[in-house]
Unconditional design. Structure first.
Length: 404
């Protein structure tokens, strides 16, 4: 299996020579990366090599041990996804749903306009003022913007608290650490660049206003118990302890990303209960951000309802990438049903252009992880068990289709 795993890693690195975003992280031997740079393979030869590796894996007897079965199936599905990505790079055409299934092992549900309109009607009664809900929502949110001078202290407090809460339930690798940078001109709001040896670079995009609710969202999603912890635990358990070489590389456009994004988003509610989050934001973050607290009750009610619009972005991506929505129509949809400003909607379209069906990993992934941990694993009301199941999930080679 380690020989096949090595072949997989080298194939991922080879694809990365044609697709700059494909290799999200690599902390394997320098010689393998140098070889990929020195001997750039054509996409056709990569596809042929992938099929040979898949055939060798298929010829292996299925392991009988639980973790080794998961490893076998993980490698099998990651190789299938890699083959699909190469096919796309070679010009193959797939619908939004076909692509997400091929790459991420999942398909997003479809929701009609009426589904989102019900939430807009609910917001209509919560927001102050008169006029279109989208305009009133943006005007209301403007009271909760973190000024750039306060961003570092607010984000620092949020990530520090998330780390302390995570450490109470997960034994983090010794010497794990991260650094934070504030950047511009990116199609995303935050990104974790895992650098190996349990270290990450977390970048926060300051192009557009950052609202107070994003502090904990970003701290938990990118840091604790999200991407930083996920990558560090896989490095420790899968690579350094098990010597499973496939975990020396992270192929972004693969089923691994649905698990990564799903656990990072679900991790927000694992690290903070609804009540704990309100108390910490109100008593600590609002003060650090120098925000007026007279509308906090309405803010939390609105914030809870807004979550119901999560899938509106998927519908915009599906329509835009399938060609049933123009660029302008997709922007209008995001403004109307995702309640984005036009600038933020345009940024989201740039994300669609670059990452395509990757968008499903955030909300579909979160819902799949939540259902798996709370219902399949029976940890819905047991806080300690929920942390235990979460920790086991981020330390194993489980696939999206196995979250059932």
């Amino acid at each position: 299996m380690n020989t096949i795993a090595e072949e997989y890693v080298k194939l991922v690195l080879a694809v990365g020579r044609h697709d700059a975003d494909y290799v999200d992280a690599y902390h394997g031997p320098d010689a393998w990366r140098d070889q990929a740079a020195r001997e750039t393979q054509s996409l056709e030869s990569i596809q042929q090599a992938t099929e040979r590796t898949r055939a060798r894996l298929a010829a292996e007897p299925l392991p009988t041990d639980g973790q080794h079965i998961l490893r076998f199936l993980y490698l099998q599905r990651q190789l299938e996804s890699l083959s699909a990505r190469v096919s796309l790079l070679l010009g193959a055409k797939m619908s939004f749903d076909e692509e997400s299934l091929a790459l991420y092992d999942a398909v997003a549900p479809v929701y009609p306009e009426q589904h989102f309109q019900k939430t807009l009607d609910e917001l209509d009664g919560l927001l102050p003022g008169h006029g279109p809900v989208a305009d009133r929502y943006l005007a209301f949110k403007n009271h909760f913007i973190i000024q750039k001078d306060d961003l570092d202290s607010v984000f620092g407090a949020a990530i520090g608290e998330c780390r302390e809460r995570t450490k109470q339930h997960i034994r983090l690798p010794e010497h794990e650490a991260f650094s934070v940078e504030y950047v511009t001109d990116k199609p995303w709001s935050g990104y974790n660049w895992f650098q190996g040896n349990y270290r990450s670079l977390i970048q926060v995009n300051t192009d557009l206003p950052i609202y107070i609710d994003r502090a904990i969202d970003l701290a938990a999603h990118e840091g604790y118990p999200g991407h930083h912890v996920y990558n560090a635990m896989l490095e420790q358990r899968m690579l350094k302890e098990n010597k499973w070489l496939e975990f020396s590389v992270y192929a972004l456009f693969s089923p691994q990303s649905l698990i990564a994004e799903g656990t990072a988003n679900y991790g927000i509610e694992v690290v903070f209960s609804k009540e704990d989050r309100i108390v910490f934001e109100r008593d600590i973050l609002f003060k650090l951000a120098k925000l007026e607290q007279s509308e906090t009750n309405r803010y939390y009610k609105v914030h809870e309802v807004i979550g119901k619009l999560s899938y509106a972005g998927n519908e915009a991506a599906r329509g835009y990438l399938n060609g049933t929505m123009t660029h302008a129509q997709a922007v209008d949809w995001l403004v109307q049903y995702a309640l984005m400003s036009r600038d933020r909607a345009e940024q989201r379209i740039r994300f669609f252009d670059k990452y395509r069906s990757y968008v499903i990993n955030y909300n579909v992934g979160q819902d799949m992880v939540k259902t798996y941990i709370e219902q399949t694993r029976g940890a819905g009301t047991d806080h300690a068990k929920r942390w235990k199941e979460f920790s086991e999930l981020i330390s194993s080679p489980r696939l999206p289709s196995q979250l059932k």
